[in-house]
Ligand binder design. Structure first.
Ligand code: BG6
Length: 490
């Protein structure tokens, strides 16, 4: 694989994402020789700082958060690639000296103009930054230019469209790398391979053999220090519009014609086109929301959402969403996809359960009652793995049938790369596969917007659930209506 020299222009270099994820990811990539030797990172922030202090901050964040072991000898080949400039993002004048700095770095490190602009900043600044990048000439370069942009991409369809129009003045669609970090997770990337590289699954992967699909992303943390953002966003915007729908797409898409980003995105978009839109008046039939109140998580008492710092005392923001989705196409017609996500739940887990249809029960049965269905469980986080539940004869019995599990662990004894390592490397190497294309983002907003509107207009107050539970009881009813129930997370 040929690596590409590049300059990374990092907006938000003093922020949390840079510290926790981006510097450690760059370090691991560098240490594993997955970065070209000719690279430079210019960190940008409001506060003034010299290069030495910035390098010190990079070093501290790597020591604290990197998954790769750190040796004293690692620094001399790594830190000199970093420099810092203070900019006021809203002042176009500040972008001119930045351009000169980037050009001098390119000269110094023999980089032929490849520029990666990474926006790890508040989303309301995305549009202006991209406008100023163009006006300053920073995007006129002999090499490639790319924009890496974090979520949220807008707060509804209209604002997302506006933002997209603005950044498209500077960058072409194929130069825009919209991050959904779930797509950087090993097991999310693996869904495609498990499905399409196994004759064992692909023939059964449809409404003739699959009864329902359940996708859970539960967290034990609360709102943390992010109330300013979260209390406006809620779980629908924070998790469903992006991560949950991305997982639905990966499970439901048709095989791509080629393993090329365009071909894969085309198939993913088709899923969203077939995803049944929920009308505002139907929202209660399909979607459940909830908000945590005081309870116990991991053995410790925690406060209600409304008592968290920065949250208003009568907040109606949802910290939990469960939805029943239907993909009205040939493959999936009639198969419900149940998704749920929430904060302050009983366990941190991201898991996908494919429940297969039951066999006729005339011959084999379990003494206690029903023969359980076959399940394929894809564990995304924190355990990464696969588990296939099948029925077999209990050893020594006549015909007593018991479920057994065929288990594979993907991260036992091996250290999987962090999502951000994967994604950063892909952005540098120009692979768009695991980023989101505009039409995906747009259709995802069109799905969630009516839900948001219905909730904003209702006079009923939000159902509460106890912190440390599996969400409000309404979420169980959503499945009970279909004679189904949530599988316990493994
Ligand atoms: C982020 C959300 O996108 O994903 C957070 O903004 C959430 O609220 C996080 O906590 C969950 O990610 P992960 O990788 O821990 O499942």
């Amino acid at each position: 694989q040929s690596l590409q020299p590049f300059v990374m222009v990092l907006f938000g270099a003093n922020g949390d994402l840079a510290k926790r994820k981006l510097f450690p990811a760059l370090f691991s990539l560098h240490k594993n020789r997955l970065l070209h030797e000719n690279f430079a990172v210019v960190g940008l922030g409001r506060s003034p700082k010299d290069d030495a202090r910035f390098r010190e901050a990079v070093r501290e964040s790597v020591e604290k958060y990197a998954r790769t072991s750190v040796d004293e000898t690692d620094w001399e080949g790594f830190l000199p690639h970093f420099s810092y400039r203070s900019v006021d993002i809203n002042n176009p004048e500040d972008f001119r000296p930045l351009k000169e700095h980037v050009e001098s770095l390119e000269k110094k490190h023999s980089i032929s103009g490849n520029r990666l602009f990474y926006l790890a900043i508040a989303p309301d600044l995305f549009g202006n930054v991209s406008t100023h990048l163009k006006a300053s000439g920073l995007t006129d370069t002999a090499g490639w230019k790319r924009l890496v942009i974090e979520k949220p991409f807008g707060h509804d369809h209209e604002s997302a469209q506006r933002l997209n129009n603005q950044i498209r003045q500077t960058f072409q669609e194929e130069e825009i790398y919209r991050i959904d970090h779930y797509l950087g997770k090993e097991m999310v990337q693996n869904i495609e391979v498990i499905r399409f590289a196994n004759s064992l699954f692909e023939p059964l992967w449809n409404n003739r053999y699959i009864d329902n699909v359940q996708i859970t992303a539960s967290e034990t943390v609360g709102v943390e220090e992010r109330a300013g953002y979260y209390d406006h966003a809620g779980a629908l915007q924070d998790m469903v519009q992006n991560h949950m729908l991305q997982m639905v797409m990966m499970v439901a898409m048709e095989p791509p014609s080629r393993l090329k980003p365009e071909a894969i995105h085309d198939e993913k978009v088709k899923v969203l086109r077939s995803l049944r839109r929920i009308k505002e008046e139907e929202v209660d039939q399909y979607v459940v929301r909830g908000q945590y109140h005081a309870g116990t998580v991991d053995g410790k008492p925690v406060v209600s959402y409304r008592q968290e710092e920065g949250v208003s005392s009568d907040s109606q923001t949802e910290t939990f969403v469960a939805a029943k989705m239907y993909i009205d196409n040939f493959r999936w017609s009639g198969v419900p996809f149940f998704v749920r996500t929430g904060k302050r739940m009983a366990q941190k887990a991201t898991e996908i359960v494919i429940q297969f249809k039951e066999m006729p029960k005339n011959l084999y049965f379990n003494r206690e009652g029903d023969l359980g269905p076959n399940l394929l469980v894809i564990s995304v986080n924190p355990t990464e793995g696969l588990s296939l539940r099948i029925n077999a004869k209990k050893p020594g019995s006549d015909n007593d049938v018991v479920p057994i599990a065929l288990d594979f662990c993907n991260n036992c004894g091996v250290d999987s790369p962090e999502a951000y390592e994967r994604l950063l490397q892909d952005a540098i190497e120009g692979d768009l596969t695991f980023f989101t294309r505009w039409d995906e983002v747009s259709l995802a907003w069109k799905y969630v917007d009516p839900i948001r509107n219905a909730w904003d207009q209702t006079e009923r107050s939000i159902p509460l659930y106890k912190a440390g539970s599996w969400g409000p009881k309404e979420a169980d009813r959503l499945l009970a209506q279909e004679n189904k129930s949530w599988w316990p997370v493994s």
